[in-house]
Design a protein around this ligand. Structure first.
Ligand code: SF4
Ligand code: SF4
Length: 364
């Protein structure tokens, strides 16, 4: 059964991989080329696999003797970025969400606006207009803990469902066996690759070539700040849930408590990481700066806005701006959840599956 319809992007990917497979100059650069060498022909599923294994480091483009102005016009990162974007659109669940992915920027902006408006109207209806012009000791005086926890638990379950359905589809496209039949060592090696971003090392470990001919670790470090900042924020929220429900210790927390420390550290890391990734994108060599329906920028802006508004909240505790800032923060977080499900956040999931396949195929 044909699981992926062949598109012009797949055909271009197959053309380029056929040239690379004859050349093999870049085989030490990343996981893509050793995976490519296991194939003689490249159908659409194989191109999707290789494209999602590519980390867009730019090394093969900078080192390619067949890049433009050569008539072969080989440009692996640009071609694979276009294939990846089409894979995020085509394999999303449910299929009717595809227009949301194709209009990433508008979707994120409208989600944030609608959610902020909904929270503001809810607060106004519950407390009246005066609530906006005075300070509060706790966020839960403005929006009850149950409303916040219920809203984000429901969104979390919806996101998990979308991830599961999309990932099962991509797993089948890549032809992987059942997850239970895959060796533990494969998962460990794929996880290590994800956590260290070793495929952004350019093959020599000195970094990627996103900004030109010189290798640099800057994109890798900004990505690390963003990813680990996000994980710290997630840990802070999880710990806060334990404090609230298990230890019966509700927020607000002092600065020297676990949730506050993790949240602040994560928020600062996320703030600098996402700002750095935005800067890094702006510096990208034009030839490999591929349009992705605004998905990448939307995710970066949402992560930045979430961390900035989250860090501002405790500082505004005694201010009449607190309620406005809280509604805005929660609205941005709702938009971020929609981006997790139907936006660029999926790139981490698809890349994880591609890395699992790469490690799985390497084992004897
Ligand atoms: S990107 Fe260029 S140099 Fe590298 S393997 Fe392909 S054709 Fe050869
Ligand atoms: S990860 Fe880098 S070297 Fe490997 S295919 Fe992608 S751009 Fe080329």
């Amino acid at each position: 059964m044909q699981l992926v319809e062949t598109s012009p992007q797949h055909e271009e990917g197959a053309r380029i991989m056929t040239i690379c497979n004859a050349c093999r100059y870049c085989e030490g650069h990343c996981a893509v080329f050793p995976a490519m060498e296991k194939h003689l022909t490249f159908d659409a599923s194989t191109i999707e696999y290789l494209a999602n294994l590519c980390h867009q480091c730019g090394a093969c483009f900078q080192h390619c003797q067949y890049a433009e102005p050569h008539e072969f016009a080989v440009n692996v990162p640009d071609t694979f970025a276009a294939v990846r974007t089409s894979s995020y659109v085509n394999h999303i669940w449910p299929g009717m969400a595809r227009p949301l992915v194709r209009h990433g920027r508008t979707f994120s902006f409208v989600s944030a606006l609608l959610a902020t408006t909904a929270f503001s109207i809810g607060v106004y209806l519950e407390h009246g207009g005066q609530v906006f012009s005075r300070s509060h000791d706790s966020f839960y005086e403005v929006i009850p803990h149950g409303v916040m926890a219920g809203t984000f638990s429901l969104l979390g379950v919806a996101v998990l469902l979308v991830w599961t359905m999309s990932l099962v589809r991509f797993w089948r496209i890549l032809g992987l066996p059942s997850a239970f039949f895959i060796d533990r060592q494969t998962y460990v090696r794929a996880l290590k690759s994800m956590l260290t971003l070793e495929n952004l090392g350019g093959g020599h470990g000195k970094g990627c070539y996103q900004h030109g001919e010189r290798a640099s670790q800057i994109k890798r470090w900004f990505h690390h700040l963003t990813m680990y900042g996000f994980l710290l924020c997630f840990a802070a929220t999880s710990l806060g849930t334990v404090y609230h429900y298990v230890l019966q210790f509700p927020a607000p927390y002092d600065w020297l408590t676990g949730p506050k420390l993790l949240g602040t550290l994560g928020g600062v890391s996320l703030l600098f990481g996402s700002a750095g990734l935005y800067w890094s994108r702006r510096q990208t060599t034009p030839e490999i700066d591929t349009e992705d329906h605004g998905m990448g920028v939307s995710l970066i802006v949402l992560l930045f806005a979430t961390s900035l508004s989250g860090l501002a909240l405790p500082l505004l505790k005694d201010s009449s701006w607190l309620v406005v800032a809280l509604c805005l923060h929660l609205g941005i977080v709702v938009a971020m959840f929609t981006c997790f499900a139907w936006g660029k956040f999926m790139h981490g999931m698809y890349r994880a599956v591609a890395l699992i396949k790469s490690e799985h195929d390497e084992l004897p």
